[in-house]
Design a protein around this ligand. Structure first.
Ligand code: ITT
Length: 202
């Protein structure tokens, strides 16, 4: 019994409180206990020197899995804008170098006058064990870059990401819906499908 409970404790290796909130919401009712870096008082930053979302997710998950001897998940995510040749992509967090609001303003400026407004959010999630074994999951959701920021919910690029399905930005969308359709929700749904098997066979 103790063993099962220990195995189901999972560290979420992120310093982004909004991401962690979404993780907790997506895992609601699921038999795992999510522990955050803040819960452990760990402020360490991993340099995201990988060349892909997947590489960066693994760098973060592996570092903290080994450090805390815990099963660890990390998320590396961002927005990919077609007319900007895929930018900001893996550089989404540091696009303007000045935070979320300025990141959104920068994209809006660069998209002025452009007809092709297609974009997608992408998330790579790595689940790693302290022994270095990792499993990777990805999720993607398509949308358009809006002409202006709209909405107060969500975080990051949500105010400028327009869902054609729901006819509103992700920042206007109810969080319950976002957490069903988002890139992160899709990747985590894939992880949840395999989690029992992964934990059982470890
Ligand atoms: P951790 O590395 O500590 O997890 P971070 O915020 O630095 O936190 P990333 O390096 O993965 O995370 O950068 C993600 C970037 O993409 C960041 O600018 C986010 O605001 C943005 N982003 C990711 N998911 C998003 C979402 O669901 N809605 C809006 N923006 C999102």
């Amino acid at each position: 019994m103790d063993k099962v409970e220990t195995m189901r404790k999972i560290l979420v290796a992120s310093h982004n409180a909004n991401k962690i909130k979404e993780f907790r919401s997506i895992f609601k009712g699921y038999p795992v206990e999510l522990v955050s870096l803040a819960d452990l008082g760990d402020k360490a930053e991993v340099i995201e020197k990988g060349m892909s979302f997947k590489d960066n997710a693994r760098l973060k998950a592996l570092y903290f899995a080994r450090k805390h001897d815990m099963i660890t998940v990390a998320d590396d995510s961002g927005i990919v804008v077609e007319a900007l040749d895929g930018q900001p992509g893996i550089y989404s967090a540091r696009y303007s170098g000045k935070g979320d609001m300025q990141n959104n303003q920068k994209i809006l400026r660069e998209m002025e006058g452009r007809d092709n407004r297609k974009a997608h959010f992408f998330a790579a999630i790595a689940l790693c064990f302290p022994d270095g074994t990792c499993h990777d999951y990805t999720g993607r959701v398509d949308g358009l870059i809006a002409k202006e920021e709209k909405g107060e919910k969500g975080f990051g690029y949500d105010p400028i990401f327009y869902s054609e399905t729901y006819q509103m930005t992700f920042a206007e969308l109810d969080s319950k819906i976002k957490n069903k359709i988002s890139h992160r929700a899709i990747a985590l749904a894939r992880l949840k499908e395999e989690l029992d098997d992964i934990l059982d066979h470890q």
